[in-house]
Write a new protein. Structure first.
Length: 652
Protein backbone atom coordinates (compact mmCIF):
# COMPACT_ATOMS: atom_id res chain seq x y z
CA UNK A 1 0.00 0.00 0.00
CA UNK A 2 2.78 2.39 0.88
CA UNK A 3 4.45 1.74 -2.46
CA UNK A 4 1.18 2.47 -4.32
CA UNK A 5 0.73 5.74 -2.44
CA UNK A 6 4.30 6.79 -3.33
CA UNK A 7 3.77 5.99 -7.02
CA UNK A 8 0.52 7.96 -7.10
CA UNK A 9 2.27 10.95 -5.44
CA UNK A 10 5.09 10.82 -7.98
CA UNK A 11 2.58 10.66 -10.85
CA UNK A 12 0.69 13.59 -9.40
CA UNK A 13 3.84 15.65 -9.14
CA UNK A 14 4.85 14.67 -12.69
CA UNK A 15 1.46 15.68 -14.10
CA UNK A 16 1.75 19.03 -12.32
CA UNK A 17 5.18 19.61 -13.78
CA UNK A 18 3.95 18.67 -17.25
CA UNK A 19 1.06 21.07 -16.90
CA UNK A 20 3.35 23.88 -15.73
CA UNK A 21 5.90 23.24 -18.47
CA UNK A 22 3.11 22.94 -21.01
CA UNK A 23 1.67 26.23 -19.82
CA UNK A 24 5.05 27.89 -20.06
CA UNK A 25 5.56 26.50 -23.56
CA UNK A 26 2.10 27.61 -24.65
CA UNK A 27 2.71 31.06 -23.14
CA UNK A 28 6.05 31.31 -24.94
CA UNK A 29 4.46 30.26 -28.22
CA UNK A 30 1.75 32.80 -27.56
CA UNK A 31 4.34 35.53 -27.12
CA UNK A 32 6.08 34.48 -30.32
CA UNK A 33 2.78 34.43 -32.15
CA UNK A 34 1.80 37.84 -30.77
CA UNK A 35 5.19 39.28 -31.75
CA UNK A 36 4.82 37.73 -35.18
CA UNK A 37 1.38 39.31 -35.60
CA UNK A 38 2.72 42.66 -34.36
CA UNK A 39 5.67 42.63 -36.74
CA UNK A 40 3.95 41.09 -39.76
CA UNK A 41 0.64 42.88 -39.50
CA UNK A 42 0.79 45.99 -37.38
CA UNK A 43 4.33 47.13 -38.33
CA UNK A 44 4.46 45.60 -41.78
CA UNK A 45 4.67 48.86 -43.74
CA UNK A 46 7.23 50.44 -41.44
CA UNK A 47 9.54 47.42 -41.38
CA UNK A 48 9.18 46.88 -45.09
CA UNK A 49 10.36 50.47 -45.62
CA UNK A 50 13.33 49.91 -43.30
CA UNK A 51 14.25 46.75 -45.15
CA UNK A 52 14.03 48.62 -48.41
CA UNK A 53 16.25 51.36 -47.02
CA UNK A 54 18.83 48.77 -45.98
CA UNK A 55 18.72 47.44 -49.52
CA UNK A 56 18.78 50.85 -51.19
CA UNK A 57 20.50 54.18 -50.72
CA UNK A 58 19.33 57.68 -51.65
CA UNK A 59 22.21 59.63 -53.19
CA UNK A 60 21.80 63.40 -53.73
CA UNK A 61 22.81 64.83 -57.11
CA UNK A 62 24.28 68.29 -56.57
CA UNK A 63 23.19 70.72 -59.30
CA UNK A 64 25.53 72.79 -61.43
CA UNK A 65 25.86 76.27 -59.99
CA UNK A 66 24.49 79.09 -62.13
CA UNK A 67 26.77 81.39 -64.10
CA UNK A 68 27.28 85.08 -63.34
CA UNK A 69 27.34 87.36 -66.39
CA UNK A 70 27.84 91.06 -67.00
CA UNK A 71 25.30 93.16 -68.94
CA UNK A 72 26.93 92.18 -72.26
CA UNK A 73 27.02 88.43 -71.55
CA UNK A 74 30.67 88.21 -70.50
CA UNK A 75 31.06 85.33 -68.02
CA UNK A 76 32.30 86.46 -64.61
CA UNK A 77 31.84 83.19 -62.68
CA UNK A 78 31.65 79.70 -64.19
CA UNK A 79 32.27 76.02 -63.36
CA UNK A 80 34.81 73.45 -64.49
CA UNK A 81 35.12 69.71 -63.84
CA UNK A 82 38.22 68.22 -62.21
CA UNK A 83 39.28 65.07 -60.37
CA UNK A 84 39.68 65.22 -56.61
CA UNK A 85 41.47 62.75 -54.31
CA UNK A 86 39.31 62.34 -51.22
CA UNK A 87 39.62 60.45 -47.92
CA UNK A 88 36.81 59.21 -45.67
CA UNK A 89 38.55 59.17 -42.25
CA UNK A 90 36.30 56.50 -40.71
CA UNK A 91 37.27 54.00 -43.41
CA UNK A 92 40.88 54.96 -44.04
CA UNK A 93 42.61 53.58 -40.93
CA UNK A 94 45.81 55.37 -39.99
CA UNK A 95 45.54 58.75 -41.74
CA UNK A 96 49.20 59.71 -41.50
CA UNK A 97 50.28 56.39 -42.99
CA UNK A 98 47.64 56.61 -45.71
CA UNK A 99 48.69 60.13 -46.69
CA UNK A 100 52.37 59.17 -46.69
CA UNK A 101 51.70 56.27 -49.07
CA UNK A 102 49.47 58.43 -51.28
CA UNK A 103 52.32 60.90 -51.55
CA UNK A 104 54.27 58.26 -53.46
CA UNK A 105 51.59 58.25 -56.18
CA UNK A 106 50.45 61.89 -56.40
CA UNK A 107 52.03 65.19 -55.46
CA UNK A 108 50.83 66.38 -52.05
CA UNK A 109 52.15 69.77 -50.93
CA UNK A 110 52.15 71.31 -47.48
CA UNK A 111 49.31 73.67 -48.38
CA UNK A 112 47.23 70.61 -49.37
CA UNK A 113 47.88 69.09 -45.96
CA UNK A 114 47.03 72.33 -44.14
CA UNK A 115 43.77 72.67 -46.04
CA UNK A 116 42.93 69.00 -45.45
CA UNK A 117 43.43 69.31 -41.68
CA UNK A 118 41.38 72.50 -41.54
CA UNK A 119 38.54 70.90 -43.48
CA UNK A 120 38.72 67.87 -41.18
CA UNK A 121 37.81 70.16 -38.28
CA UNK A 122 34.63 71.28 -40.06
CA UNK A 123 33.53 67.82 -41.23
CA UNK A 124 32.24 64.63 -39.65
CA UNK A 125 34.21 61.39 -39.49
CA UNK A 126 32.17 59.63 -42.16
CA UNK A 127 32.30 62.49 -44.69
CA UNK A 128 34.88 62.43 -47.45
CA UNK A 129 37.41 65.26 -47.28
CA UNK A 130 39.48 66.39 -50.30
CA UNK A 131 43.21 65.95 -49.96
CA UNK A 132 44.23 66.99 -53.49
CA UNK A 133 42.19 68.75 -56.12
CA UNK A 134 42.62 69.08 -59.87
CA UNK A 135 44.50 65.82 -60.34
CA UNK A 136 46.16 65.27 -63.71
CA UNK A 137 45.12 62.34 -65.90
CA UNK A 138 48.47 60.69 -65.14
CA UNK A 139 47.90 60.99 -61.38
CA UNK A 140 44.40 59.54 -61.71
CA UNK A 141 45.78 56.58 -63.67
CA UNK A 142 48.55 55.91 -61.11
CA UNK A 143 46.07 55.92 -58.23
CA UNK A 144 43.55 53.74 -60.09
CA UNK A 145 46.18 51.03 -60.52
CA UNK A 146 46.82 51.00 -56.73
CA UNK A 147 43.25 51.64 -55.60
CA UNK A 148 42.99 48.31 -53.70
CA UNK A 149 45.74 49.42 -51.31
CA UNK A 150 43.78 52.44 -50.03
CA UNK A 151 40.48 51.70 -48.31
CA UNK A 152 38.46 54.86 -47.74
CA UNK A 153 40.30 56.75 -50.50
CA UNK A 154 38.70 57.49 -53.84
CA UNK A 155 38.91 59.78 -56.83
CA UNK A 156 35.80 61.84 -57.51
CA UNK A 157 34.91 64.06 -60.45
CA UNK A 158 33.65 67.35 -59.04
CA UNK A 159 32.63 70.73 -60.37
CA UNK A 160 34.70 73.66 -59.17
CA UNK A 161 33.83 77.35 -59.24
CA UNK A 162 36.06 79.49 -61.42
CA UNK A 163 36.45 83.26 -61.62
CA UNK A 164 38.10 83.70 -65.03
CA UNK A 165 39.08 87.34 -64.53
CA UNK A 166 40.78 86.79 -61.17
CA UNK A 167 40.57 89.82 -58.91
CA UNK A 168 38.47 91.89 -61.33
CA UNK A 169 35.21 92.98 -59.62
CA UNK A 170 35.89 90.51 -56.81
CA UNK A 171 34.02 92.52 -54.17
CA UNK A 172 30.87 92.48 -56.31
CA UNK A 173 31.02 88.89 -57.51
CA UNK A 174 32.17 87.47 -54.18
CA UNK A 175 33.21 83.84 -53.86
CA UNK A 176 32.06 80.44 -52.64
CA UNK A 177 33.64 78.21 -50.02
CA UNK A 178 33.00 75.03 -48.07
CA UNK A 179 30.06 75.13 -45.70
CA UNK A 180 31.46 75.43 -42.17
CA UNK A 181 29.97 74.22 -38.90
CA UNK A 182 28.41 77.60 -38.07
CA UNK A 183 26.67 77.68 -41.43
CA UNK A 184 25.49 74.10 -40.99
CA UNK A 185 24.02 75.05 -37.63
CA UNK A 186 22.29 78.06 -39.17
CA UNK A 187 20.80 75.79 -41.85
CA UNK A 188 18.96 73.88 -39.15
CA UNK A 189 16.58 76.85 -38.91
CA UNK A 190 15.84 76.76 -42.64
CA UNK A 191 12.52 75.35 -43.89
CA UNK A 192 12.63 71.57 -44.42
CA UNK A 193 12.39 72.03 -48.18
CA UNK A 194 15.48 74.23 -48.28
CA UNK A 195 17.43 71.88 -46.00
CA UNK A 196 16.59 68.97 -48.29
CA UNK A 197 17.76 70.98 -51.29
CA UNK A 198 21.22 71.34 -49.74
CA UNK A 199 21.74 67.62 -49.05
CA UNK A 200 25.10 66.75 -50.57
CA UNK A 201 26.02 70.41 -51.12
CA UNK A 202 29.47 71.25 -49.78
CA UNK A 203 29.89 74.82 -51.01
CA UNK A 204 27.93 78.01 -50.43
CA UNK A 205 28.22 81.67 -51.38
CA UNK A 206 30.27 83.66 -48.87
CA UNK A 207 30.36 87.20 -50.23
CA UNK A 208 28.92 89.50 -52.88
CA UNK A 209 26.45 88.26 -55.48
CA UNK A 210 27.49 84.66 -54.76
CA UNK A 211 26.09 85.10 -51.24
CA UNK A 212 23.16 87.43 -51.89
CA UNK A 213 21.72 85.28 -54.70
CA UNK A 214 22.75 81.92 -53.26
CA UNK A 215 19.30 80.30 -53.62
CA UNK A 216 18.95 81.23 -57.30
CA UNK A 217 22.52 80.22 -58.18
CA UNK A 218 22.40 76.92 -56.28
CA UNK A 219 19.70 75.14 -58.29
CA UNK A 220 17.55 72.16 -57.24
CA UNK A 221 19.23 69.01 -55.94
CA UNK A 222 18.35 65.75 -57.69
CA UNK A 223 18.35 62.21 -56.22
CA UNK A 224 19.34 58.70 -57.28
CA UNK A 225 17.92 55.58 -55.62
CA UNK A 226 20.61 52.89 -55.73
CA UNK A 227 20.38 49.18 -54.84
CA UNK A 228 23.29 48.29 -52.55
CA UNK A 229 25.02 45.10 -51.50
CA UNK A 230 25.45 43.95 -47.89
CA UNK A 231 28.83 45.72 -47.94
CA UNK A 232 27.22 49.00 -48.95
CA UNK A 233 28.44 49.04 -52.57
CA UNK A 234 26.11 50.24 -55.31
CA UNK A 235 24.74 47.41 -57.45
CA UNK A 236 22.33 49.18 -59.80
CA UNK A 237 20.27 52.35 -60.16
CA UNK A 238 16.62 51.85 -59.30
CA UNK A 239 15.29 55.36 -59.96
CA UNK A 240 16.58 58.88 -60.44
CA UNK A 241 15.42 62.48 -60.50
CA UNK A 242 17.90 64.78 -62.27
CA UNK A 243 19.23 67.94 -60.67
CA UNK A 244 18.09 71.29 -62.02
CA UNK A 245 21.01 73.66 -62.66
CA UNK A 246 21.01 76.99 -60.88
CA UNK A 247 19.83 80.09 -62.67
CA UNK A 248 22.37 82.36 -64.24
CA UNK A 249 22.53 85.89 -62.86
CA UNK A 250 22.90 88.82 -65.25
CA UNK A 251 24.47 91.88 -63.65
CA UNK A 252 24.13 95.49 -64.72
CA UNK A 253 27.92 95.86 -64.56
CA UNK A 254 29.86 96.63 -67.71
CA UNK A 255 32.94 94.58 -66.91
CA UNK A 256 35.03 96.51 -69.45
CA UNK A 257 34.20 99.75 -67.66
CA UNK A 258 34.95 98.00 -64.36
CA UNK A 259 38.39 96.93 -65.60
CA UNK A 260 39.12 100.40 -66.95
CA UNK A 261 38.48 101.93 -63.53
CA UNK A 262 40.47 99.30 -61.65
CA UNK A 263 43.39 99.82 -64.03
CA UNK A 264 43.18 103.59 -63.55
CA UNK A 265 43.45 103.17 -59.78
CA UNK A 266 46.50 100.96 -60.10
CA UNK A 267 47.95 100.30 -56.64
CA UNK A 268 46.04 103.15 -55.00
CA UNK A 269 43.19 102.61 -52.55
CA UNK A 270 39.68 103.87 -53.04
CA UNK A 271 36.21 103.26 -54.42
CA UNK A 272 34.05 104.26 -57.37
CA UNK A 273 30.37 103.68 -58.04
CA UNK A 274 28.80 104.47 -61.43
CA UNK A 275 25.00 104.48 -61.79
CA UNK A 276 22.65 105.02 -64.72
CA UNK A 277 20.46 107.86 -63.36
CA UNK A 278 17.59 106.82 -65.65
CA UNK A 279 16.97 103.50 -63.92
CA UNK A 280 19.40 102.91 -61.01
CA UNK A 281 21.49 100.26 -62.79
CA UNK A 282 24.99 100.04 -61.31
CA UNK A 283 27.47 100.19 -64.19
CA UNK A 284 30.68 99.92 -62.17
CA UNK A 285 31.23 99.06 -58.52
CA UNK A 286 34.92 99.37 -57.71
CA UNK A 287 36.77 98.80 -54.46
CA UNK A 288 40.55 98.93 -54.51
CA UNK A 289 42.62 97.01 -53.67
CA UNK A 290 40.92 93.79 -54.75
CA UNK A 291 41.61 90.10 -54.08
CA UNK A 292 41.53 86.90 -56.11
CA UNK A 293 38.32 84.96 -55.23
CA UNK A 294 39.81 81.77 -56.71
CA UNK A 295 41.96 81.55 -53.57
CA UNK A 296 38.87 80.79 -51.47
CA UNK A 297 37.16 78.13 -53.59
CA UNK A 298 39.11 75.16 -52.23
CA UNK A 299 39.92 76.75 -48.88
CA UNK A 300 42.47 79.53 -48.66
CA UNK A 301 45.88 78.65 -47.21
CA UNK A 302 47.24 80.42 -44.15
CA UNK A 303 49.91 82.34 -46.05
CA UNK A 304 47.44 83.98 -48.43
CA UNK A 305 44.90 84.53 -45.67
CA UNK A 306 47.45 86.33 -43.52
CA UNK A 307 48.55 88.47 -46.47
CA UNK A 308 44.95 89.56 -47.11
CA UNK A 309 43.75 89.86 -43.53
CA UNK A 310 46.76 91.62 -42.05
CA UNK A 311 47.51 94.05 -44.87
CA UNK A 312 47.32 97.73 -43.92
CA UNK A 313 45.52 98.31 -47.25
CA UNK A 314 42.64 96.03 -46.15
CA UNK A 315 41.93 94.40 -49.54
CA UNK A 316 38.99 92.40 -48.13
CA UNK A 317 37.09 95.60 -47.24
CA UNK A 318 34.44 96.52 -49.81
CA UNK A 319 35.09 100.24 -49.75
CA UNK A 320 32.22 101.08 -52.11
CA UNK A 321 29.70 99.35 -49.85
CA UNK A 322 31.22 99.57 -46.37
CA UNK A 323 33.83 102.34 -46.47
CA UNK A 324 32.54 105.62 -45.00
CA UNK A 325 34.20 108.95 -45.69
CA UNK A 326 33.50 112.68 -45.28
CA UNK A 327 32.22 113.87 -48.69
CA UNK A 328 34.17 117.14 -48.52
CA UNK A 329 33.20 119.79 -51.06
CA UNK A 330 31.14 117.33 -53.14
CA UNK A 331 28.48 118.01 -50.48
CA UNK A 332 28.19 121.68 -51.50
CA UNK A 333 25.88 121.22 -54.52
CA UNK A 334 23.38 119.40 -52.32
CA UNK A 335 23.65 122.10 -49.67
CA UNK A 336 22.98 124.71 -52.37
CA UNK A 337 19.91 122.80 -53.54
CA UNK A 338 18.71 122.58 -49.93
CA UNK A 339 19.12 126.36 -49.64
CA UNK A 340 17.00 126.97 -52.74
CA UNK A 341 14.32 124.44 -51.85
CA UNK A 342 14.10 125.66 -48.24
CA UNK A 343 14.21 129.36 -49.05
CA UNK A 344 17.46 129.99 -47.16
CA UNK A 345 19.15 131.48 -50.24
CA UNK A 346 18.31 132.73 -53.71
CA UNK A 347 20.67 131.95 -56.56
CA UNK A 348 21.68 135.61 -56.89
CA UNK A 349 22.32 136.25 -53.19
CA UNK A 350 25.97 137.07 -52.51
CA UNK A 351 28.41 137.02 -49.63
CA UNK A 352 31.93 138.38 -49.28
CA UNK A 353 34.38 135.45 -48.99
CA UNK A 354 37.42 136.88 -47.21
CA UNK A 355 39.11 133.52 -46.74
CA UNK A 356 37.76 132.59 -43.29
CA UNK A 357 34.61 132.64 -41.20
CA UNK A 358 34.53 133.10 -37.44
CA UNK A 359 31.93 131.70 -35.09
CA UNK A 360 32.10 131.63 -31.30
CA UNK A 361 35.78 132.52 -31.27
CA UNK A 362 36.68 129.70 -33.70
CA UNK A 363 38.00 130.58 -37.15
CA UNK A 364 36.96 128.29 -40.00
CA UNK A 365 39.39 128.62 -42.89
CA UNK A 366 38.64 128.72 -46.59
CA UNK A 367 40.85 129.70 -49.52
CA UNK A 368 43.75 131.29 -47.72
CA UNK A 369 43.89 134.81 -46.38
CA UNK A 370 42.75 136.45 -49.62
CA UNK A 371 39.49 134.57 -50.08
CA UNK A 372 37.30 134.63 -53.20
CA UNK A 373 35.64 138.01 -52.78
CA UNK A 374 32.00 138.44 -53.78
CA UNK A 375 30.41 135.02 -54.26
CA UNK A 376 26.92 134.04 -55.40
CA UNK A 377 25.57 130.47 -55.49
CA UNK A 378 26.96 129.68 -58.95
CA UNK A 379 30.46 130.87 -58.05
CA UNK A 380 30.28 129.20 -54.63
CA UNK A 381 30.13 125.84 -56.42
CA UNK A 382 32.42 126.63 -59.36
CA UNK A 383 35.19 128.11 -57.19
CA UNK A 384 34.28 125.96 -54.14
CA UNK A 385 33.80 128.62 -51.48
CA UNK A 386 33.92 127.29 -47.94
CA UNK A 387 32.78 130.57 -46.39
CA UNK A 388 29.52 130.52 -48.38
CA UNK A 389 28.62 127.12 -46.92
CA UNK A 390 29.82 127.88 -43.40
CA UNK A 391 27.30 130.71 -43.37
CA UNK A 392 24.57 128.61 -44.99
CA UNK A 393 25.02 125.75 -42.52
CA UNK A 394 24.74 128.16 -39.62
CA UNK A 395 21.50 129.59 -41.02
CA UNK A 396 19.95 126.18 -41.74
CA UNK A 397 20.89 124.29 -38.59
CA UNK A 398 21.74 120.63 -38.31
CA UNK A 399 18.19 119.25 -38.27
CA UNK A 400 17.10 121.10 -41.41
CA UNK A 401 20.18 119.78 -43.21
CA UNK A 402 19.43 116.28 -41.98
CA UNK A 403 15.82 116.39 -43.13
CA UNK A 404 16.75 117.52 -46.64
CA UNK A 405 19.67 115.11 -47.11
CA UNK A 406 17.91 112.00 -45.82
CA UNK A 407 15.64 111.45 -48.87
CA UNK A 408 18.73 111.82 -51.09
CA UNK A 409 20.10 108.72 -49.36
CA UNK A 410 22.88 110.24 -47.27
CA UNK A 411 23.39 108.24 -44.11
CA UNK A 412 20.73 105.72 -45.22
CA UNK A 413 20.83 102.15 -46.47
CA UNK A 414 20.17 102.33 -50.22
CA UNK A 415 18.83 98.78 -50.42
CA UNK A 416 21.25 97.65 -53.12
CA UNK A 417 20.93 93.93 -53.82
CA UNK A 418 24.12 92.65 -52.14
CA UNK A 419 24.60 92.13 -48.42
CA UNK A 420 26.71 94.11 -46.00
CA UNK A 421 25.83 97.74 -46.74
CA UNK A 422 26.56 100.19 -43.91
CA UNK A 423 24.59 103.30 -43.08
CA UNK A 424 27.24 105.91 -42.36
CA UNK A 425 26.34 109.00 -40.35
CA UNK A 426 23.98 111.81 -41.31
CA UNK A 427 24.08 113.86 -38.09
CA UNK A 428 21.14 115.42 -36.27
CA UNK A 429 20.43 116.35 -32.69
CA UNK A 430 18.46 113.11 -32.24
CA UNK A 431 21.34 111.09 -33.72
CA UNK A 432 23.82 112.58 -31.25
CA UNK A 433 21.56 111.89 -28.26
CA UNK A 434 21.35 108.24 -29.33
CA UNK A 435 25.03 107.89 -30.24
CA UNK A 436 26.58 109.11 -26.97
CA UNK A 437 26.04 108.20 -23.32
CA UNK A 438 27.16 111.20 -21.25
CA UNK A 439 24.84 114.24 -21.17
CA UNK A 440 27.62 116.64 -22.16
CA UNK A 441 28.36 114.47 -25.20
CA UNK A 442 24.71 114.23 -26.19
CA UNK A 443 24.25 117.98 -26.41
CA UNK A 444 24.49 119.52 -29.87
CA UNK A 445 26.72 122.61 -29.97
CA UNK A 446 26.08 125.31 -32.56
CA UNK A 447 29.74 125.32 -33.60
CA UNK A 448 29.46 121.66 -34.68
CA UNK A 449 27.01 122.68 -37.39
CA UNK A 450 29.45 124.91 -39.30
CA UNK A 451 31.79 122.27 -40.73
CA UNK A 452 28.85 120.11 -41.82
CA UNK A 453 28.17 122.63 -44.59
CA UNK A 454 31.39 121.70 -46.40
CA UNK A 455 30.98 117.95 -45.93
CA UNK A 456 33.18 117.58 -42.86
CA UNK A 457 32.40 117.13 -39.17
CA UNK A 458 30.27 114.13 -38.31
CA UNK A 459 29.29 113.55 -41.96
CA UNK A 460 30.49 110.14 -43.15
CA UNK A 461 28.93 108.45 -46.17
CA UNK A 462 29.68 105.63 -48.60
CA UNK A 463 30.53 106.24 -52.25
CA UNK A 464 27.36 104.30 -53.06
CA UNK A 465 25.32 106.91 -51.18
CA UNK A 466 27.12 109.81 -52.86
CA UNK A 467 26.65 108.17 -56.27
CA UNK A 468 22.94 107.67 -55.62
CA UNK A 469 22.52 111.31 -54.58
CA UNK A 470 24.41 112.42 -57.71
CA UNK A 471 22.17 110.24 -59.86
CA UNK A 472 19.06 111.77 -58.26
CA UNK A 473 20.36 115.26 -58.98
CA UNK A 474 21.24 114.30 -62.56
CA UNK A 475 17.72 112.88 -63.04
CA UNK A 476 16.06 116.06 -61.79
CA UNK A 477 14.95 114.64 -58.45
CA UNK A 478 13.81 111.18 -59.59
CA UNK A 479 15.12 108.55 -57.18
CA UNK A 480 15.82 105.00 -58.33
CA UNK A 481 17.04 102.27 -56.00
CA UNK A 482 20.56 101.22 -57.02
CA UNK A 483 20.68 97.60 -58.17
CA UNK A 484 23.26 95.21 -59.59
CA UNK A 485 21.03 92.38 -60.81
CA UNK A 486 19.31 92.88 -64.15
CA UNK A 487 17.78 89.43 -64.52
CA UNK A 488 18.06 85.74 -63.82
CA UNK A 489 18.58 83.36 -66.74
CA UNK A 490 17.22 79.83 -66.95
CA UNK A 491 20.16 77.46 -67.44
CA UNK A 492 18.22 75.28 -69.92
CA UNK A 493 15.97 77.59 -71.93
CA UNK A 494 18.12 80.75 -71.53
CA UNK A 495 14.89 82.65 -70.90
CA UNK A 496 15.51 85.73 -68.78
CA UNK A 497 13.32 86.92 -65.93
CA UNK A 498 13.85 90.61 -65.12
CA UNK A 499 14.66 91.37 -61.49
CA UNK A 500 11.92 93.02 -59.47
CA UNK A 501 12.69 96.70 -58.94
CA UNK A 502 11.39 99.16 -56.41
CA UNK A 503 9.27 101.90 -58.02
CA UNK A 504 10.93 105.24 -58.74
CA UNK A 505 10.23 108.12 -56.37
CA UNK A 506 9.93 111.79 -57.29
CA UNK A 507 11.45 113.91 -54.52
CA UNK A 508 9.58 116.94 -55.78
CA UNK A 509 12.45 119.35 -56.41
CA UNK A 510 11.58 122.47 -58.39
CA UNK A 511 13.03 122.12 -61.92
CA UNK A 512 14.35 125.70 -61.87
CA UNK A 513 16.29 124.97 -58.67
CA UNK A 514 17.80 121.79 -60.07
CA UNK A 515 18.76 123.70 -63.22
CA UNK A 516 20.71 126.25 -61.15
CA UNK A 517 22.77 123.50 -59.50
CA UNK A 518 23.39 121.57 -62.71
CA UNK A 519 24.56 124.74 -64.52
CA UNK A 520 27.02 125.36 -61.70
CA UNK A 521 28.30 121.78 -61.86
CA UNK A 522 28.86 122.15 -65.61
CA UNK A 523 30.68 125.36 -64.75
CA UNK A 524 33.10 123.39 -62.55
CA UNK A 525 34.31 121.55 -65.67
CA UNK A 526 34.35 124.64 -67.89
CA UNK A 527 35.58 127.45 -65.67
CA UNK A 528 36.18 125.97 -62.24
CA UNK A 529 38.33 123.49 -60.35
CA UNK A 530 38.07 120.69 -62.98
CA UNK A 531 38.54 122.84 -66.10
CA UNK A 532 41.96 121.49 -67.00
CA UNK A 533 40.88 117.88 -66.55
CA UNK A 534 37.96 118.16 -68.97
CA UNK A 535 39.65 120.33 -71.59
CA UNK A 536 38.93 119.01 -75.08
CA UNK A 537 36.18 116.59 -74.03
CA UNK A 538 33.69 115.75 -76.81
CA UNK A 539 30.78 116.23 -74.41
CA UNK A 540 29.69 118.44 -71.54
CA UNK A 541 29.66 117.02 -68.03
CA UNK A 542 28.87 118.36 -64.60
CA UNK A 543 30.93 117.59 -61.52
CA UNK A 544 32.33 118.74 -58.22
CA UNK A 545 35.77 118.18 -56.78
CA UNK A 546 36.30 117.57 -53.10
CA UNK A 547 39.02 116.99 -50.54
CA UNK A 548 38.10 115.03 -47.43
CA UNK A 549 40.18 115.03 -44.27
CA UNK A 550 41.54 111.70 -43.09
CA UNK A 551 42.79 113.23 -39.82
CA UNK A 552 41.83 116.42 -37.99
CA UNK A 553 44.17 119.38 -38.38
CA UNK A 554 44.44 121.84 -35.48
CA UNK A 555 42.88 125.29 -35.76
CA UNK A 556 46.28 127.02 -35.85
CA UNK A 557 47.96 124.41 -38.06
CA UNK A 558 48.27 124.35 -41.83
CA UNK A 559 47.79 121.17 -43.84
CA UNK A 560 51.12 119.90 -45.18
CA UNK A 561 50.96 116.50 -46.86
CA UNK A 562 54.73 116.13 -46.83
CA UNK A 563 54.75 116.12 -43.03
CA UNK A 564 52.08 113.42 -42.70
CA UNK A 565 52.23 109.67 -43.03
CA UNK A 566 50.71 108.47 -46.30
CA UNK A 567 47.62 107.00 -44.59
CA UNK A 568 46.97 110.34 -42.83
CA UNK A 569 46.81 112.51 -45.95
CA UNK A 570 43.58 113.92 -47.34
CA UNK A 571 41.32 111.90 -49.63
CA UNK A 572 40.53 113.05 -53.18
CA UNK A 573 36.79 112.95 -53.98
CA UNK A 574 34.75 113.66 -57.11
CA UNK A 575 31.07 113.42 -58.06
CA UNK A 576 29.86 113.93 -61.63
CA UNK A 577 27.38 113.11 -64.39
CA UNK A 578 27.43 113.10 -68.22
CA UNK A 579 26.32 114.11 -70.76
CA UNK A 580 25.11 117.27 -69.04
CA UNK A 581 21.92 117.70 -71.09
CA UNK A 582 20.74 114.06 -70.84
CA UNK A 583 22.81 112.16 -68.26
CA UNK A 584 23.32 108.43 -68.81
CA UNK A 585 25.93 107.96 -66.10
CA UNK A 586 26.49 109.43 -62.64
CA UNK A 587 29.55 108.62 -60.56
CA UNK A 588 31.11 109.18 -57.17
CA UNK A 589 34.67 108.20 -56.41
CA UNK A 590 37.37 108.57 -53.82
CA UNK A 591 41.11 108.03 -54.03
CA UNK A 592 42.34 107.56 -50.49
CA UNK A 593 45.12 109.82 -49.20
CA UNK A 594 45.70 111.24 -52.68
CA UNK A 595 45.18 114.95 -51.93
CA UNK A 596 43.18 117.27 -54.19
CA UNK A 597 40.11 115.94 -55.98
CA UNK A 598 40.98 117.79 -59.18
CA UNK A 599 44.40 116.15 -59.31
CA UNK A 600 43.67 112.52 -58.39
CA UNK A 601 39.93 111.83 -58.62
CA UNK A 602 38.53 113.97 -61.46
CA UNK A 603 40.96 112.50 -64.06
CA UNK A 604 39.51 109.04 -63.41
CA UNK A 605 36.01 110.42 -64.00
CA UNK A 606 37.19 111.97 -67.28
CA UNK A 607 38.40 108.61 -68.61
CA UNK A 608 35.20 106.91 -67.45
CA UNK A 609 33.09 109.44 -69.38
CA UNK A 610 35.35 109.21 -72.43
CA UNK A 611 34.71 105.49 -72.53
CA UNK A 612 31.00 105.49 -71.65
CA UNK A 613 29.85 108.58 -73.53
CA UNK A 614 32.34 108.86 -76.41
CA UNK A 615 33.46 105.22 -76.77
CA UNK A 616 37.11 106.17 -76.32
CA UNK A 617 39.73 104.26 -74.36
CA UNK A 618 42.83 106.08 -73.03
CA UNK A 619 46.24 105.24 -74.41
CA UNK A 620 48.80 103.51 -72.15
CA UNK A 621 50.74 106.70 -71.45
CA UNK A 622 47.63 108.50 -70.30
CA UNK A 623 46.60 105.53 -68.12
CA UNK A 624 50.01 105.63 -66.44
CA UNK A 625 49.73 109.39 -65.86
CA UNK A 626 46.38 108.96 -64.11
CA UNK A 627 47.80 106.24 -61.87
CA UNK A 628 50.69 108.55 -60.92
CA UNK A 629 48.20 111.26 -59.94
CA UNK A 630 49.23 113.40 -62.93
CA UNK A 631 45.97 112.98 -64.81
CA UNK A 632 45.09 116.66 -64.60
CA UNK A 633 47.29 117.30 -67.63
CA UNK A 634 45.58 117.53 -71.06
CA UNK A 635 44.77 114.16 -72.57
CA UNK A 636 46.98 112.47 -75.06
CA UNK A 637 45.34 111.08 -78.19
CA UNK A 638 42.86 108.35 -77.13
CA UNK A 639 43.32 104.87 -78.46
CA UNK A 640 39.99 105.06 -80.26
CA UNK A 641 36.67 103.34 -79.81
CA UNK A 642 35.67 100.28 -77.85
CA UNK A 643 37.03 98.08 -80.64
CA UNK A 644 40.52 99.10 -79.54
CA UNK A 645 40.05 97.53 -76.10
CA UNK A 646 43.51 96.30 -75.02
CA UNK A 647 44.14 92.56 -75.24
CA UNK A 648 46.53 92.13 -72.31
CA UNK A 649 44.22 90.04 -70.17
CA UNK A 650 41.17 92.27 -70.58
CA UNK A 651 37.76 90.70 -71.18
CA UNK A 652 36.81 90.54 -74.85
Amino acid sequence: MTILRNVEADLSRFRLRVLVIGGVVLFAFGLVLARLVYLQVMRHDDLAAQAENNRTAIVPIVPNRGLILDRNGIVLASNYSAYTLEITPSRAGNLDDTIERLGQLVTIEQRDLRRFRRLMEDSRNFESVPLRTRLTDEEVARFAAQRFRFPGVEVKARLFRSYPWGDLASHVIGYIGRINQNEKKAMEDWPDEDQANYKGTEYIGKLGVEQSLERQLHGITGVEQMETSAGGRAVRRLASSPATPGDGVVLSLDIKLQKLVEDLYGDRRGALVAIDPRNGEVLAFVSKPTFDPNLFVEGIDQENWSALNESIDRPLLNRALRGTYPPGSTYKPFMALAALEGGYRRAGDTINDQGSWTFGGHTFRSHGDGGLGVVDMHRSIVASSNVYYYSLANDMGVDAMHDFMKPLGFGQVTGIDINGEVRGVLPSQAWKRAAYKRPEQQRWYAGETISLGIGQGYNTFTMLQLAQATAILAAGGIKHQPHLVLATEDAVTRARTPAVRAPAENLGFKPENVAVIKRALVGVTQEGTATRVFAGAAYLSGGKTGTAQAVTIGQKDRYNAAKLEEHQRDHAVYMAFAPADNPTIAIALIVENAGWGAQAAAPIARRVFDYWVAGQYPNPEDMAAVRRGQGGAPLGKPSGTEAAWPTDGAPQ
